[in-house]
Design a protein around this ligand. Structure first.
Ligand code: TXA
Ligand code: MG
Length: 303
């Protein structure tokens, strides 16, 4: 199959409506979309990505009313959350009937993206779209059309190119099926911001029971070995990422926005090892640290 890359999203709408897969940009990372009303297309997402069958997908919607059609009894907190943070990088897990999209969990992950192209596609398809990140399972999520092509060339008919994603890491995943709303995956929208705006307390999973099936798999990893360094003196400086330049060493900028792009760059250059300097500011960024620990395969259960 030939994979076309285009800036024109109209072709994407007709392919999705016919039950084909299309990669498209969101403000977080590129997604690999399928219309939720095409069961074969949902199955294809799992096979194209090599995704474990027990890892549920996020359903993307164009509006709150479209989300409500998919939800059984939304918990009351759903409404202020959707009102304050949608469209945007927040995924809400709500009670729902088990389905192929949710890998048979009695819950559904839903998000309304803010990216112009994602919105146009959702409005044009007129149906919710299930979309995991558009990478091969385990690889860093794609933040450019080029990165999607690296992983999925020949496997899908179309990639819509919307340039680099503005956020660069995946959405915050907040579960509303627990007695206290719980962050299963940290992201740009932080626990602090949620607590401030909602005036309630929010939990963030640390170690312990794995609530989100996807969290037990190795993630976000380049082929190069990733080594996290917490003491500046221990840096060797092969392919080095740091938040600020370090005297006498060639460094690549470390930021959420460019992390996945730079990890993929290390693979393009056939680097054996990537060193990442985690200074105190990096250590205090829970979303970034979460991705770094997973890329380094330090601890599957850190959340
Ligand atoms: O920013 C994002 O969220 C991107 C863009 C494309 O929207 N999508 C994304 O999807 O990162 P994916 O499939 O790579 O990650 C979804 C995460 C996984 O860890 C999955 O296990 C979890 O959400 N998840 C999905 N449905 C769930 C559910 N019903 N219960 C618990 N966790 C769920
Ligand atoms: Mg993913």
């Amino acid at each position: 199959m030939k994979t076309s890359v285009t800036k024109d999203f109209k072709e994407a709408i007709s392919l999705l409506r016919r039950g084909e897969l299309v990669a498209f940009p969101t403000e977080t990372v590129y997604g690999l979309g399928a219309c939720i009303h095409h069961p074969d297309a949902i199955k294809k997402i799992f096979s194209v990505k090599g995704r474990p069958a027990d890892n549920p997908l996020i359903t993307h919607v164009a509006s709150v009313s479209q989300a409500l059609e998919l939800i059984q009894d939304p918990p009351p907190i759903f409404y202020p959350l959707a009102d304050l943070f949608w469209p945007g990088p927040l995924t809400l897990i709500v009670p729902a009937l088990p389905s192929a999209v949710s890998a048979d969990q009695p819950s559904l992950a839903i998000r309304m993206p803010r990216h112009k192209i994602a919105k146009k596609i959702l409005q044009g398809v007129k149906s919710p779209i299930a979309a995991p990140s558009a990478n091969l399972s385990g690889r860093p999520s794609p933040t450019t059309a080029q990165a999607v092509l690296e992983d999925l060339s020949g496997k899908i008919p179309l990639i819509v190119d919307g340039g680099p994603c503005s956020i660069g890491i995946e959405s915050t995943v907040l579960s509303l099926v627990h007695p206290v709303p719980t962050i299963l995956r940290p992201g740009r929208i932080t626990r602090h911001e949620l607590e401030e705006k909602l005036k309630i307390s929010i939990e963030q999973t640390q170690k312990g029971p794995l609530l989100s099936p996807g969290m037990k798999y190795r993630h976000y990893a380049p082929r190069a070995k990733v080594r996290l360094v917490f003491n500046c003196e221990e840096l060797k400086g092969s392919f080095l990422l740091s938040r600020k330049p370090i005297r006498g060493k060639i460094t690549h900028l470390l930021s959420s926005k460019t992390l996945y792009h730079t990890l993929r760059e290390a693979d393009r250059l056939n680097m054996q090892e990537v060193e990442i300097y985690c200074d105190p500011i990096v250590q205090s960024d829970s979303a970034l640290m979460n991705r770094l620990l997973r890329a380094a395969d330090v601890d599957h259960a850190m959340e």
